[in-house]
Design a protein around this ligand. Structure first.
Ligand SMILES: C[S@@+](CC[C@H](N)C(=O)[O-])C[C@H]1O[C@@H](n2cnc3c(N)ncnc32)[C@H](O)[C@@H]1O
Length: 191
C-alpha cells in the first residue's frame, strides 16, 4: 500500500484546493486540535480526516472508536480510514451535508474536529458546514478548526450570521507549515 504522504501528495496534485495540504498534519498539531477532548466528550465528528492523524489522537485521548463519525469526501482516504478504524462510522460525502447525517439522538455530539480547508471554500459551503455541525453539537460543544493563516479561519460576518464566535486555542511551529487552532462556539457560551 502506498504511504500516507504519497497518497496525500498525489491527491493534492489532482485537486490542490480540495485537499488543502501536501502532507498529513504533524503530531503536535494533532495534540493541540484534540486537547480539550476526552472520554467524557462522548460522540465526536471529524470532518476531512484525510489519513487519520487527528483520529489517532482522538483515540489516544480516550474517545472510543465506535463514538467516532468520520466525514471525508475523497474516496481513497475514506477507504484507508475504513481499514484503519473499522469500528468508526466513515461517511464518504461532502462535509456540507453534515446537517443531513443521522445521529441516534438529537444534539448528541460532544465536539467536531475539522481538518477542512475552509479558507478555500465558498462562504455558502462554510455556512452549511457550521450550521449543520451546530445542529448536532450539544450545548457547550465546540467546533475545532486549524488554519495556516494568521487569523480566524471563519470571517466575523459568517460567525455573526450564525450566532457563533471563535477564539484561538493555540499555535504550533512544530508543523509544516506552522498552524493555529481555533475553537468555534455558540455566542455567549460559557468558557
Ligand atoms: C488539509 S487536509 C487535512 C487532513 C487531515 N485532517 C490532516 O490534518 O492530516 C483536508 C482534508 O479535507 C478533505 N476535504 C476537503 N473538502 C472536503 C469536504 N467538502 N468534505 C469532506 N472532506 C473534505 C480532503 O479530502 C482532505 O482529506
Amino acid at each position: 500500500m502506498q504511504s500516507d504522504i504519497g497518497v496525500f501528495l498525489r491527491s493534492w496534485l489532482a485537486s490542490p484546493l480540495k485537499v488543502g495540504a501536501i502532507a498529513p498534519s504533524g503530531r503536535a498539531l494533532a495534540r493541540m486540535m484534540t486537547r480539550s477532548i476526552g472520554p467524557a466528550t462522548g460522540h465526536v465528528v471529524e470532518l476531512g480526516p484525510g489519513t487519520g492523524v487527528f483520529t489517532r489522537s482522538l483515540l489516544l485521548r480516550g474517545v472510543r472508536e465506535q463514538d467516532l463519525t468520520l466525514i471525508e469526501f475523497n474516496e481513497e482516504f475514506a477507504h484507508r480510514l475504513r481499514r484503519r478504524f473499522p469500528k468508526a462510522r466513515v461517511i464518504c460525502t461532502s462535509a456540507a451535508n453534515i446537517g443531513n447525517v443521522d445521529f441516534r439522538r438529537r444534539s448528541s455530539v460532544g465536539a467536531v474536529v475539522s481538518g477542512l480547508p475552509l479558507l478555500s471554500m465558498p462562504v455558502a459551503t462554510v455556512s452549511s458546514i457550521l450550521r449543520g455541525s451546530f445542529e448536532h453539537l450539544r450545548q457547550g460543544g465546540d467546533f475545532f478548526q486549524f488554519t495556516y493563516a494568521c487569523r480566524s479561519p471563519v470571517d466575523e460576518q459568517t460567525l455573526g450570521m450564525l450566532s457563533l464566535q471563535s477564539s484561538l486555542v493555540g499555535s504550533t511551529w512544530m508543523n509544516l507549515p506552522p498552524a493555529s487552532v481555533y475553537g468555534i462556539h455558540r455566542l455567549g457560551a460559557p468558557r
